[in-house]
Design a protein around this ligand. Structure first.
Ligand SMILES: [Fe+2]
Ligand SMILES: [Fe+2]
Length: 239
């Protein structure tokens, strides 16, 4: 069923929009962030019922939706959402997928994450092919302002927060032209793939932390080790 859901989406994106790249990316980015809304909605619902409190999961999925929102803003800046027909199609498909993924996440969270892992892999390959086929033209085109703000000049806290396999500030991409922008978007999709895979790990419910939470906890445990070694040194115990 998950594969079928992915294939229907791939058909809409690849076949209907084969010769219109920016509207195609607009549809892709509109629909691809909807599952993150569904995950956060279901997690909020569980918290309201008093069943779970998964603050870090909420942070990570919100940061993922924030990243996809910025991809969408870039596609809008490139004219991808100019035609009303594309907007209606993208929003209708997004609405349908929201409810399907919310239901799937409630009954089988790992399958809902697997769905998104597949969608993000597809997005990665879509952008990778686009970069290969249009390299020269993209390098001659300026980066949209919204991309420069997101990747370089703005507050990059949220940019770090969806990349759960990285430490904060370890990825600061260049954004000198439109080629760089699409390289960054492609690489973001790969970071989503890794985060979705991490969410399916059997230990994830206990161990998954947002990058900033993990970094803070590591710092605190370092301080504890230092304090402990000072105490042990004062009491003459070899450390
Ligand atoms: Fe995206
Ligand atoms: Fe994505």
């Amino acid at each position: 069923m998950v594969k079928l859901l992915v294939n229907v989406l791939v058909f809409v994106i690849d076949v209907l929009y084969s010769d219109r790249p920016y509207p195609r990316f607009y549809v892709l980015e509109t629909v691809a962030r909807v599952p993150y809304f569904a995950y956060t909605s279901v997690l909020h619902f569980y918290e309201t019922l008093g069943l779970w409190r998964k603050a870090d999961w909420l942070k990570v999925h919100f940061a993922e939706s924030w990243n996809e929102m910025n991809h969408l803003l870039i596609m809008e800046a490139l004219g991808g959402g100019n035609h009303w027909g594309d907007r209606i199609l993208a929003q209708t498909v997004g609405l349908i997928y929201y409810w399907i993924i919310a239901f799937l996440y409630a009954v089988a969270p790992s399958q809902a994450y697997f769905f998104m892992e597949e969608v993000e892999k597809h997005a990665f390959h879509t952008y990778d092919n686009f970069l290969t086929e249009n390299e020269a033209e993209l390098k001659e085109t300026a980066a949209p302002e919204v991309a420069i703000k997101y990747y370089r000049d703005g507050d990059l806290y949220m940019f770090d927060e969806f990349q759960t396999t990285r430490v904060p500030q370890s990825r600061r991409p260049q954004v000198d032209n439109l080629f760089d922008v699409f390289v960054n978007i492609r690489d973001d999709e790969n970071e989503h793939v890794k985060t979705m895979a991490a969410c399916q790990h059997p230990e994830a419910y206990q161990s998954l932390k947002s990058p900033h939470t993990a970094a803070t906890q590591n710092k605190e445990s370092d301080v504890e080790v230092v304090v402990l070694s000072e105490v042990e040194t004062e009491t003459g115990v070899e450390v």
